[in-house]
Design a protein around this ligand. Structure first.
Ligand code: 5GP
Length: 213
């Protein structure tokens, strides 16, 4: 089988990870709204929808049986168990976006990022978002009012493990302010798109310059 990630320059894969509640969903939405060259990877999950979440947009909600079927058919680029539920990135849509020369944004955890890093190599750019403080994180989880007190408590307990994974990421942003963090993610995206190895046809371009074009 051909390695789908070794074909010339394709779009890059931008991963945003953080403990739940650190603001990455809001940051992702802003990036997508302001940039036409990046699309969101919509994950499959066995988690039930939260209030306000839209099937097919926030996630593709599914059951354990269908999820397992996709695992067995190797239809996931990566998948992991997070809290009590399974989450996975279906390969098909990601490969379509990359083949069209556009970028793709992933909101996935550190386990998924490790799996993607193995598959995508240099095509992967990873950003870890840290909360300014644990108190701030708890406040955000409580005020988003989508989860029960028990779920919030479990997410807080997990956050302290999750933040230790910051060292596996290319870039770290402490989310003091959403607009400021969005600007930082945009700057990273712009710089990464300009990397020499991501631009095809540079040799020909420079040859043209030397010929007096
Ligand atoms: P939530 O239930 O709050 O939407 O997501 C819980 C965690 O699962 C978040 O850290 C989120 O980034 C992660 N997650 C969402 N989709 C995926 C996925 O497809 N793969 C992996 N590995 N993690 C995911």
């Amino acid at each position: 089988m051909n390695d789908p990630f070794s074909i010339g320059r394709r779009g890059l894969m931008l991963v945003l990870s953080s403990p739940s509640g650190a603001g990455k969903t809001t940051i992702s939405r802003e990036i997508l709204a302001n940039d036409d060259n990046i699309e969101m990877s919509v994950s499959m999950t066995t988690r039930p929808p939260r209030r306000g979440e839209v099937d097919g947009k926030d996630y593709n909600f599914t059951d354990m049986e269908s999820f397992n079927l996709m695992v067995n058919r190797r239809e996931f680029l990566e998948y992991a168990k997070v809290f009590d539920n399974y989450y996975g990135t279906p390969s098909g849509p990601v490969l379509d976006v990359l083949a069209s020369g556009r970028d793709i944004l992933f909101d996935i955890d550190w386990q998924g990022t490790q799996q993607l890093a193995e598959k995508a190599g240099d095509d992967l750019v990873s950003i870890f978002i840290l909360p300014p403080s644990m108190m701030d994180l708890e406040h955000r989880l409580k005020t988003r009012a989508q989860d029960s007190a028990e779920v919030v408590a479990r997410r807080m307990a997990k956050a302290s493990d999750e933040v230790t994974h910051y060292a596996e990421y290319d870039y770290i942003i402490v989310n003091y302010d959403i607009a400021d963090s969005v600007a930082k993610v945009s700057a990273i995206l712009m710089a990464e798109r300009l990397r020499r190895e991501r631009q095809v046809g540079l040799g020909e371009f420079v040859k043209g310059l030397r010929q007096g074009r």
